[in-house]
Every structure is written in structure tokens, then in C-alpha cells.
Design a protein around this ligand. Sequence first.
Ligand code: 3H9
Length: 693
Amino acid sequence: MNPVAFSRNAAVAVITLDSPPVNALGAAVRAGLVEAIGRANADEAVSAIVIAAAGKAFIAGADISEFGKPPVPPFLPDVLDTIERSPKPVVAAIQGVALGGGLEVALACHARVALPSAQLGLPEIKLGLIPGAGGTQRLPRLIGAAKAFPMMLSGDPIPAGRGLEWGLLDEVVSSDLLATAIRVAEGLAGEGRRPVTSAAVDKLTEADRAAFEVQAKDALRKAGEMPNVPALVEAVRNVFLLPFEEGLAAERKLFLALVDDPRSKALRHVFFAEREIAKVPGIGPEVKPRPIASAAVIGAGTMGGGIAMCFANAGIPVTLIETAQAPLDNGVNRIAAIYDISVQRGSLTPEARAARLALIKPVVGLAGAAGADIVVEAAFEEMGVKQQIFGELDKVTKPGAILASNTSYLDVPTIAAATKRPQDVLGMHFFSPANVMKLLEVVRPKGVADDAIATAVALGRKLGKVPVVVGNGFGFVGNRMLEQRTRAAERLLVAGALPYEVDQALVDFGFKMGPFAMADLAGNDIGWRSRKARGLKAPVADAICEAGWFGQKTGRGYYLYPQGARAGQRCPEVEALIQRISAEQGVTRRAFSQAEILARLLDPMVNEGARILEEGIAARPGDIDVVWINGYNWPAWRGGPMYWADGVGLDVIAKRLEAQAAESGDKALEPAPLLKRLAAEGKGFASFGAAAG
Ligand code: 3H9
């Protein structure tokens, strides 16, 4: 099917893009556009042209899947040049999103009209890129650099109304978009006018330049690892320094260099991985989610309160349930205080705060869950407690209600066994703070109904989460791998590293925090309690807890926090304690390079990831990457642990693990069969999904 249709409406040629799902500008669309513009210009009966689009999007941008492959002409900048140079005026009729190359198409047109619901943006920054088809040159010329630069820096789209206000759009109409575009096109043809953005200069004032330079300085200060921020600053600055053509050439050069940058490649991997998670094996689009109009959350602690906020924030009424009035009141007060901070910061209006609080109904007793379409249990992490609650919920909730546990580690089928409706019982594992963290592990135990899983996924999206469906098994995906890292960190201490060295290695890698700073923040007693329950030992971590050093809340943990300081200071006592434990174990301590520390922390995680894949706990390596990026702060520009491992080379990782296993005698460090096999075949995890079909 030709993705670009050509038709005539009196003297106006209407070019309609129809390339589902989002009219991305792949090679066929680009060729079709050039051909259609040529045809319109060759047709004497045509005096003006409209570019419109079928489907929900105008154009979602360049086809991201083409990046990194051999380029196929015509190239997008040349297509836009053809549009802008068209002797007959071209008008863009925008519905849905005009993003990236899609907005750049519109900017090359001679006028733009849109529906009020249209969204206009240049999100390339989120892919580690900058606009590469004139966006950095045309948008500042049209609306001024001080408005254009923040749009490109955040990558967030603006609504049509603002586009109109800023002069990005010529008209916004609530109906008859195509008819309006045709009218505007006829008008321009009649006036003999063809306003060309690349020639516009009146917005490029000294004041605009000064305002942009202030923004640029701030952006560069915060740029961190991303090379596209300085590139964006350079490209936009060029609008004040270079003629359009030269600015365009400079932008192209910067863009092409970024496309080859490993950080952009990793971000593109994450883009597709975050969309793949929507494809749940065995659950097709024919499986419809159950309607969710109301919810109940069991437990008004930090976790339950955060989950209740997620529902309220999404406009879903939620009953918050506790066993007694006092903890319920505490929970509600905590929620109100969090909303208060948002109001103080200006991110929430007092009215919205009131509306959200009004959606949360505090109730004592499980009978409060009777009317809910979904119940999320966030009670104490103990099987007996959970079973008792689910047994009770089975009696009070309505038929077909989804019963979800927020357990982090426990066996979901055992929880479900307390009910007579295992088909409705699943896990919804939120991450703390639940109202902030994006990750949601949707745990799919055997025996659960497909539409129950589809419901949890659809609901997760409605709550603004990134829902990843995972199999049932201790720690699911994220915590199971985290445990490997935690063990590795403890081993490193005994072998010769110090907490600050281990943490620094991860911070330099791109994490916000290392494992010991994180443990101090979360409370060392949590892991201690869990180890004791499972009969596990970690000599350093246990000794620290026995000393009562639980972390920030006690003023000291692996680090010292004098007067409530947030950044920990090295603690000589802890370091002496670690050295003593090494000596007790007969270990001769040695220095570790940063690279060695990283390998020892991350390789065991990857190994566990391989086991998780083999067991079918995660469907694809990309799912594991999405979990770690959205739940554990893995730097997105490194693509996630499995993607990172492919970059290092699985043979390298397998050899390092073998060496570690031999040195420590710990069989768990031996390479997992999948890792071994792929390493021997010279393949990466990326081949795993393909092999499994
Ligand atoms: C660019 O334009 C560079 C230029 O400046 C210069 C070039 C020279 N390409 O998200 P969804 C697919 S860079 C290829 O689930 P939604 C997506 O993979 C680009 N595929 O739906 C999925 O496929 P599948 C700048 C794309 O309704 C399907 O469409 N543009 C692209 O929640 C549905 O996607 C962007 O960064 C694409 N550009 O959201 C925009 N876009 O069904 C990126 C989507 O097989 N896209 N797909 O899994 C988005 O932000 C969202 O997808 C959008 C729709 C808002 C459009």
C-alpha cells in the first residue's frame, strides 16, 4: 500500500500520509512525499498544497528503527527543502502528535493549522539526539530561541493552544481541520504569499539571544553525561551566528555524530524495549481488561499510602483500609503532607489537592473493600498476614474483583490459595515511593486469568506506571537481581574494598547512589530482618546492624551522618570493623580498581538475569532492562543490565564469572547455562527473543 495518497480538492492538492501506527517518516513515506509535492507542482490546475495525515498521529517523527542502518534517500532534510521551496504554498493540517521530524515537516510548510488536541514537540533529546531536519534552525526563527530551546531541551510537547499563542501555529480549529487547511492554502495562493520560516529573522532579537544564553548556561551545567545537550546549545546558538543554510549543515553534522553515539543507541534500545513490554506473551489484543472504576488499598503505611495516591492522582476513587483508626489517621496525614509539599512547590493547585484527597476514603476493616473493582494489599510482608487478608477479601469482595498483592518476595500462588478465586489473584509490585517510582512489576502466577493480567497492565498505564509482566518467583525480576548485587558488594568489602569505593564505582557508572548509601537510606535493619528470617548471613552487614547502625535514621550506618546530614561521611569505625572481619576470615585484603569493582557488582546481576530469562520469569532481555531503568535507577543511557552485558561481550562476562566462582568457591557465581551457551556461540542476549520466536 502506498503510504502517501494524493487527491485534489478544487485547486488544492491534498497529500495524505497513511503509514500506521504513527506515520513515522520511513523511506517509503519520504519518497512518497517528494513525489506528491512534485506532482502537485507539475499540475497546472493546482495552486496550493495541504499535507494531512490519516490515523491518530500527524507524524511521530523519523522512523527510529532506521537509525543506525544504512541511510536510504531521499533524506529528510532534502524532503523538507523540497516542501519549503515549493513554489505553491504548502499547509500542514495537524491532528494528534507532530513530533520530531513530524514537527519539522510542519515547520517547513508555509502555514500550520491544528486541532486543539494536537501536541507539538521535538523529543529527540530523549533519544540522545537533537532535531536533525532543521528543527533547531526553523523553530527559533519562528517563535524565538528563548521559547524554542526549552522545548527542545525538555523534549516535552506543547498543546496546540500554546502553539497558537507562540506563533508556531496559524490557526487552531475544533472541527473541519482539512477544510480549514484547504481554505488557508487557497488564501495564501490567492495572496501570492509563501511565508518561509528559514528566512524569518524578526524573532531573533538581542533580548531573545540574551535570554537563550542564560538558559543555555543552566542547561550545560546540568547536562551530565549527555553529549546532546552541548550539541543542542551549539546548534541553536548558530541561528544568531550563521545564515540558515550553514546552520542547517552544522545541525546535520551534530545530529549524525549523535546517531552513532553509544548513549543514543542505548536510549533507542530503551524506547523500543519500553514498548515491547506491552506485548505480553499469550495475551493478544482480543483479551479485554476488566473495567476499573474504584479501588481499595489494604494498609495505610508508606507503601499503601503511596499506592492510594497513585489511584487518586489518576482520578480513581480509592478506599484506604487499616485495622484501626490510629494507623489510618497517620496514613491519611502522611498523604496530606506529601500533597502539601506539592502545593508549596507549585506543582499542584490547592483545588487539585483537595480533589485528590476527596477521592481517598479512609475506612477501618476489610469490609470496606466490598465495592472495589480492584484491591491492592500492601500489608506486612509475612505470608500468614497476607493469607489471612486474602481469605477475608475472598469473602467480602465482589465477584470478578482483582485481588493484587504488593508483595516484594512472597509466593503469589500461596497467597492465592487462601481464596477460592486464584484466577483473580496476582501481584502488583510497586516501588518506593510508590507515588513517584515508575516501575510496576505485574506478577503473573500460574492459574491467573489472562484478562486479570491485562487489567493490571492497563491500570498500571493509567496510573502512569511502566508495567512489566513478570513470572512468579522469589524477588521476581528486580529484587532477585538486586540481591546478587548486594551479596557482591558485601564480598567486595571482605576482599579489600571500602564502602565509599564500591559506591563511587556505581555513581561514576551513572547510578544516583551506590549500594551502601542506598542501604543507609532505606535502613540496614530491613535486609538484616530478611536475612535472619531466611537463615542467611552477611558478616559485615550483620555486624553493622548488631552495632545498631541502621543508616540515616540512626545517624550512622556504613557512613556517618552528623546532625542529620544527607551525604554520608567515611566512618573509621566501620572501616576498622570491615578490616577486622577480613582478618577473621583469613583474607589478605587487596586493592580493587573501579573497573574490577564494577565487574564484580554487575556480572552476578547479569548472570541472575540469564537465569530469569531461562526460567521464563522475564519474557525478554529488554523487559529486564526496563525493570532496572525504571525501578532501580540504572542509567537509561547505558541501556539496562542485559544491553550493557551484550556491549561488554558475554564471553568476557562468562570468563570473569568463572574466575570469581573459582576464587570464592561459590557455585552461584558460575555462569548460568544460557549465558554460557550464548557466550560460546558468540551471541548476545539480544538474540534471545529472536531465538525464542
Ligand atoms: C526524529 O524525528 C529525528 C529528526 O529530528 C531528524 C531525522 C533526520 N519511529 O508509543 P506507542 C511505534 S527522532 C518508529 O506504543 P502511544 C512504536 O514503536 C523521532 N516507530 O503508542 C509502537 O510500535 P509497536 C522523534 C515508532 O500512542 C507504535 O509506534 N519522535 C515511532 O502510547 C505505537 O507507539 C519521537 O521520539 C517512531 N518515531 O504513543 C516520538 N514512534 O506497536 C516517539 C512510535 O510495534 N514516539 N513508534 O510496538 C512517541 O513518543 C509515541 O510513540 C507516540 C505514540 C506519542 C507517537
